[in-house]
Structure formats: structure tokens, C-alpha cells
Design a protein around this ligand. Structure first.
Ligand SMILES: Nc1ncnc2c1ncn2[C@@H]1O[C@H](COP(=O)(O)OP(=O)(O)O)[C@@H](O)[C@H]1O
Ligand SMILES: [Mg+2]
Length: 449
């Protein structure tokens, strides 16, 4: 069988690596892939969000199964387009992926479903106001249209009345750069102006959610959903901040581990009952069928677990330790989700722990240089129980170079978290590239504000 994996990060390398062990012995394609995915199959130079290009490729190659890694193509409706063309694909359709792609919609859905989440106010211009705003931005002299000013002013007025901190969230996809936690509400005023008036995130930031700051431990819970059955995966946790002890700017993720050890069985039961079941039911009432991975970003507050956001795909880097612990055949698991037979299969997990250390380019998450030669990859791969997942890498002749912010996700299995850590860092120490940045404290502690 032929399988196409869409994306080119560490998550997608882990998916290809896991597929390569399948008893179905798939021929693997990855678009656009990286130097790591190329070790398991053929990279295809098509961007992950070129939906039409990917569909044409899948048809021409007669791909049997497509697995979508990142959120952008899902939110663009790649699943609908493939399905309409008679192609088999894993992931939620456009209507369901909106749970990640539109935070205003997701907040309304959570309210409708009675899912615990931060108290929030929504500010969104009407469709007509949006058109006026876009037009006003075309000229050199920007003048805020009268009608739009009212919506923005409402947001300003609301935030001005708050004497506690607020979180301002752009509704649309913003690659992790659309959420602003302001301990002082006065600072939020400027964020509103940047998003709503100057459109710094384009359309993604013209509709916004303003919500209360939640305090607690942050955890991610991932589940497989096949339309009706919900299967909560083993727990995982990531480290979002660049610096050790969870300091510095937010990143795509500097490391992750599984199990997280942060949640009890009872917590998981509560989250399944109060979050996953009602949200899937609410979507079904709207005739939206959810198939794929549903990821709940949660804050464990004194008042119970509350949802920060939903994602419509596997997390990166959480996917790396999770897939390393999955013993079941990934093709079988994915087929069960697509066919709605999740109830009939049992997922097997390695009881050991797994931990992933991300090595990033110097400067990340800001500007960074590419094209640095990476050495020691073979030595690292030779470390027992360690796997080097590539993210921003590319092969140039016989050398491997950096080509992105997050470069590698060095992942290891161990009898316990401590052992997995030791092995992962042992492999990390074999690898070198100019300016490499990493955290030495992955798995040591997880943030609580
Ligand atoms: N209500 C909130 N209270 C406290 N922190 C929050 C809140 N909402 C988001 N955050 C923080 O901001 C980060 C990003 O927000 P999130 O809603 O996950 O959006 P995205 O991942 O799309 O950027 C979260 O991981 C969390 O650390
Ligand atoms: Mg998030």
C-alpha cells in the first residue's frame, strides 16, 4: 500500500518512522518532508497547504491512505477535498477542524456544550465591517471606518473596566503567535489595537476572544475520535517556553515526555466526561462528525480542569514520545478511526517512559540562520533506545543541514522518566551544529504559574 504523510516537522518524521514498522509494509511518501522522513520513503516537494497540488499528487500516485500532520491543511479543508475525490484520508474535515482554526467559534461551542473553560468575551466585526476594514487597509492613509471603530471600541471599553489581567486571543490560526497573556490589562489595550486596527495578524486577528487568566498546571490530553467512540491516549506534556525553568518566549515546543505523571486516573475520567464527550456531542448536534485526533489544551485550576483550546491534530513534539510508546500498528489504528471501528481495537502501549529533547537553531523563535551542517547524527542514532527525529533539516549532497527553527527532536525510551532523560541527553551530546539551542531540563518540572 502507498501512504502519504503531509507535513515536514518532527511529528511527521515520527509518523513516517512508525509507519515504517507497520506489518502492512507501506511505501511511504512525505510532502514536503525533511532529511529524516527521506530515510523511510520519498519526499515530495509539495507544500503542506497546497491542497489542490497534494490532491493531484495523491490521485496520480494512487495513494491508498493520506495522513495529515499539521493544522493548516485540515482547516483549509484538505479532508473534504480528498474525500470528494474518493481518496482515503485521516483527519477531521473542515467543519470539524474549525475547533482549532477559529477560537471564537470554539469558545461558543464550548459554551453550548457546557464544557469548562475560561470566562470570556467575544469581539468580532460583522462580515460587512470586515470588508470595510480590509478596504481601508489597501490605501496608504489608513482611516478606521466608523462602523468598525464601534466594535474595537467595545473591546477597549471592556478591557479598560477590568482590574485583573486578561488573555487576548486572535481567533484565527497564528502559528502560536496569536495569544497574549497580559497580567496588566492596560497592556492589553495595545494588543487590541495591533490586532484589530493594524491587522498585524491579518484576518486571523480581527475577531478576538478576551478571557480571564487561568492559574494552574497546564496539560495536554489527546484523544482519537472516530465519529462516535472517543479513545483517550496515554498522557503527554510539553515544554513551550524557550528557556529553562519555563522562562523566555513561547515556542512551538522545546521538548515533551510521556506519560506526563501529572494527572490521576480520576482527572482523566473527569476530562473525558466533562470535556470530550460533551464537545463531540455538541458537534454531532450540528451534524459535524469528528474523525481524527482531538487535542485538549487544559489548565488544571483550583476549580477543576478547564479548556484553554482545542487542536485538531497531534501535537508536535508530543507526537514523538507518544508514537515511540505506541506498540499497536499505526495503519490499523488510523484505519479504525476512518472506518468508525475504534471500539473494536485495543491500543497497546509500551509501559516505559519516553522523552523528547528539541534542538533548535540559535535565535529561534525569532530570526535564525539556516544551512548549518549537522554532525553526529549516526552516533546519536546508535545510542540504544534513542531515535533522532528530524524537523527543520535537509540533505545537501552527503551532509545534513539545518533548515528550520526546530531542527531535531532527540527521543528516547527508558524504564522510567529519569532513564529516558539520561538516554535522550546522551544522544543529544553526540550531535552538534553551529548555534544549537536546547533546554537541559526537559521532563524535570512542568510549569504552574
Ligand atoms: N486563559 C488563559 N489563562 C492562562 N494562560 C493561558 C490562557 N489561555 C492561553 N494561555 C497560555 O497561552 C498559551 C497559548 O494559548 P492557546 O490557547 O493554547 O493558543 P495557541 O496554542 O493557539 O497559541 C497556552 O499554552 C497557555 O500557556
Ligand atoms: Mg496551544
Amino acid at each position: 500500500m502507498k501512504v502519504l504523510v503531509i507535513g515536514g516537522g518532527g511529528r511527521e518524521h515520527a509518523i513516517c518512522w512508525k509507519l515504517a514498522q507497520s506489518r502492512h509494509m507501506p511505501e511511504i511518501f512525505c510532502a514536503p518532508g525533511n532529511a529524516g522522513t527521506a530515510m523511510h520513503g520519498r519526499n515530495v516537494p509539495i507544500a503542506a497547504n497546497d491542497v489542490a497540488g497534494l490532491r493531484a499528487f495523491a490521485q496520480q500516485e494512487a495513494i491508498d491512505l493520506t495522513i495529515v500532520g499539521p493544522e493548516d491543511p485540515l482547516c483549509l479543508g484538505i479532508v473534504d477535498e480528498f474525500t470528494a475525490a474518493g481518496l482515503r484520508i485521516f483527519g477531521p474535515n473542515k467543519a470539524a477542524a474549525r475547533i482549532e482554526g477559529d477560537k471564537v467559534w470554539a469558545k461558543k461551542l464550548m459554551r453550548e456544550a457546557g464544557v469548562p473553560t475560561a470566562e470570556a468575551r467575544i469581539f468580532e466585526p460583522t462580515a460587512q465591517e470586515l470588508v470595510q476594514l480590509r478596504q481601508a487597509h489597501r490605501g496608504d492613509d489608513f482611516e478606521m471606518p466608523e462602523s468598525v471603530e464601534t466594535g474595537y471600541k467595545m473591546a477597549l471599553r471592556y478591557v479598560s473596566t477590568r482590574d485583573e489581567g486578561v488573555v487576548v486571543k486572535a481567533a484565527g490560526l497564528a502559528k502560536g503567535k496569536g495569544v497574549f497573556v497580559h497580567d496588566d490589562p492596560a497592556d492589553a489595550l495595545l494588543t487590541l489595537e495591533k490586532l484589530m486596527v493594524h491587522r498585524e495578524l491579518g484576518d486571523a486577528g480581527t475577531r478576538i476572544v478576551v478571557e480571564e487568566i487561568l492559574i494552574g498546571r497546564e496539560v495536554s490530553i489527546l484523544a482519537l475520535v472516530d465519529g462516535s467512540t472517543i479513545y483517550v491516549l496515554e498522557s503527554a506534556a510539553d515544554h513551550k517556553r524557550l528557556g529553562e525553568q519555563d522562562t523566555g518566549p513561547n515556542t512551538g515546543g522545546m521538548g515533551a515526555f510521556s506519560p506526563s505523571g501529572l494527572l490521576t486516573e480520576k482527572d482523566l475520567e473527569i476530562i473525558e466526561r466533562e470535556v470530550f464527550v460533551p464537545i463531540i456531542d455538541a458537534m454531532r448536534r450540528m451534524e459535524i462528525e469528528y474523525r481524527g485526533v482531538l487535542y485538549a489544551g487544559m489548565m488544571m485550576t483550583a476549580g477543576g480542569p478547564k479548556v484553554l483550546e482545542f487542536n485538531c491534530r497531534l501535537g508536535d513534539p508530543e507526537a514523538q514520545p507518544l508514537l515511540m510508546r505506541l506498540k499497536s500498528d499505526l495503519v490499523d489504528v488510523i484505519n479504525a478511526v476512518i472506518d468508525g471501528t475504534l471500539e473494536d481495537i485495543k491500543l497497546e502501549w509500551d509501559r516505559r517512559s519516553s522523552l523528547c529533547v528539541v534542538m533548535a537553531s540559535g535565535g529561534y523563535p525569532g530570526a535564525y540562520e539556516k544551512g548549518k551542517e549537522i554532525t553526529g547524527l549516526d552516533d546519536a542514532a546508535a545510542v540504544e533506545n534513542a531515535v533522532v527525529f528530524h524537523a527543520g533539516t535537509r540533505r545537501v549532497g552527503d551532509r545534513v543541514e539545518t533548515s528550520g527553527g526546530r531542527v531535531l527532536g532527540v527521543t528516547a525510551l527508558g524504564g522510567d522518566l529519569q532513564k529516558a532523560r539520561t538516554t535522550a541527553y546522551e544522544a543529544v551530546r553526540k550531535i552538534a551544529f553551529d548555534g544549537a539551542v536546547l533546554r537541559g531540563d526537559i521532563g524535570m518540572r512542568v510549569s504552574g504559574r
